[in-house]
Design a binder for this molecule. Sequence first.
Ligand code: 5GP
Ligand code: ZN
Length: 113
Amino acid sequence: MDCLFCKIAAGEIPSTKVYEDETVLAFKDINPMAPVHILVIPKEHIADSAADITPENSATVAHIFEIIAKIAREQGLDNGFRVVTNSGEDALQTVSHIHFHILGGGRLQEKLG
Ligand code: 5GP
Ligand code: ZN
């Protein structure tokens, strides 16, 4: 499968890693939309997007959210942060490997959609 984030997870495409364990990788977004902009992905291609979360893969998604909280603490996002997951065409998803954006490090835009 020709998937950019699978290649990043496999180390075939370099990334600036922020966190890694057996199942999860977090790395800096190449085109940051906020002072802190980190992507958190499952290393395995368990879903294309949030539309594909099922009882079979939701434990990994829950683990990802634990890691998001840990990363937010480590990045000093004590005053708040936003977690975004774009799903599908209307949300302008560009990489079809489920991922969660952590955005913070300053006051974010009010507009979400
Ligand atoms: P989406 O639009 O699918 O929600 O998010 C995809 C994100 O991946 C975008 O914010 C984009 O900047 C980021 N991105 C695309 N290609 C690369 C890459 O090669 N390396 C990194 N670190 N981020 C990427
Ligand atoms: Zn993938």
